[in-house]
Write a protein of this length. Structure first.
Lengths: 189, 191
């Protein structure tokens, strides 16, 4: 049975409200179960390679775009699981508010990946990724551009980049930056 | 990667015992991870329990925090206090948990916890205050609740809280002031 936190902390019955609130805020929670650490270790050990990649993607995106809507990553994961390496099958639409963060994420991830690989980043490369991100921006409520509509190639190109970079950072999976799909060429300057 | 976003003060935090554990983990010492878990499990679950109002849920999120920490270890640099690093991860996961919780039709209070509460009737008034307090805390916006918990429960500084929440110290102080005003309003008839 769990003990009430307040039962463990003596409280002056006439203490000012501020003091009472401080006591309540500082009250310890339920004691952690003795096997918590062992179960955490077991959960860590049970993670599959794909789970670990997911975690890496989550961590990277949350750092740069955080907080991320759950569907944002769930959809990518789902596609990854069903298709393996993303090719041209990922459809992700973003609210406009999120977009600046995504662009920054792509650029930063790119720079980080190149740094991790100890190679100089090609001049203008990060800008190029950001430009691709902007290309597929979908504003809430706005009519979707017919070219982008349900076409999967453009969105997947961006996430292929991000996932590739995530893999690079972990030292597993794809080891090179994915080439830009030819289908995007007409939309780039 | 979190550390990469923080101000560079590596030398001032390298002596942090938890930072040393992380460095041991980087070098492949798996036991260091277990030591980190044992050291931080209670503070983390205290924070998550207050935020999520469910021990089960808090434990689940806490495990994910530690797993994230493990995964982040290769990129870890002691550029801030370890607690700042840890609670930044925790807050990100907590925000995600809130969103998932909002999609559920029913509250996620563990029946075992309800049983524990109803079984102990030695001090109904304290229980009542505690329950009203918990509800009031839950009504707070996430930033206010997180800020006041990190200050009063985890005893972090305004500067550390600002780093965790990626905001200014001024914003932290404002949130804490508003949170306190709200909690006082909610409790004034009981205490």
């Amino acid at each position: 049975m769990q003990e009430s936190p307040m039962h463990r902390i003596p409280q002056p019955p006439t203490a000012p409200l501020d003091v009472q609130i401080d006591v309540l805020l500082a009250a310890p929670g339920p004691p952690v179960r003795p096997d918590f650490a062992a179960r955490t270790r077991a959960r860590l050990d049970a993670l599959s390679g794909q789970d670990l990649v997911d975690l890496e993607i989550d961590a990277l995106l949350r750092q740069r775009v955080a907080p991320v809507q759950p569907w944002f990553l769930a959809r990518i994961r789902s596609q990854l699981r069903t298709q393996g390496q993303p090719a041209d099958g990922i459809l992700v639409r973003f609210p406009a508010l999120l977009w600046g963060g995504v662009a920054a994420a792509a650029a930063l991830l790119l720079a980080t990946a190149w740094f991790a690989l100890e190679r100089p980043a090609p001049a203008g490369f990060a800008d190029q990724v950001a430009a691709r991100v902007e290309l597929v921006e979908v504003h809430p409520g706005a009519p979707e551009p017919p070219v982008l509509g349900d076409s999967l190639a453009h969105e997947s190109a961006i996430f292929l980049e991000i996932l590739t970079l995530a893999s690079n950072l972990r030292g597993t999976g794809v080891s090179t930056i994915a080439p830009m799909p030819e289908s995007l060429a007409p939309f780039l300057q | 990667l979190i550390a990469a976003t923080m101000p560079s003060a590596e030398s001032s935090h390298a002596d942090d015992p938890d930072a040393k554990l992380m460095q041991r983990l980087q070098q492949g010492d798996e036991q260091a991870f277990d030591e980190i878990v044992r050291h931080w499990q209670q503070p983390l679950i205290n924070y998550l329990c207050r935020s999520l109002r469910s021990y089960q849920h808090a434990e689940d999120v806490a495990q994910m925090v530690f797993i994230r920490l493990y995964k982040a270890a290769p990129n870890y640099t002691p550029s801030a206090r370890f607690s700042t690093y840890l609670f930044q991860i925790a807050r990100h996961l907590l925000i995600n948990a809130y969103r998932q919780e909002q999609r559920k039709p029913l509250d996620t209070v563990d029946p075992g916890e309800l049983q524990a509460i109803t079984d102990d009737s030695s001090d109904r008034r304290v229980r009542e205050i505690e329950e009203v307090f918990a509800q009031a805390l839950h009504k707070l916006p996430e930033n206010q609740r997180t800020a006041i918990l990190l200050l009063k429960q985890q005893e972090l500084s305004y500067l550390e809280i600002a780093a965790i929440m990626d905001c200014t110290e001024g914003a932290v102080k404002t949130w804490i002031f508003r949170a306190r005003q709200f909690l006082k309003q909610e409790l004034k008839d009981l205490v």
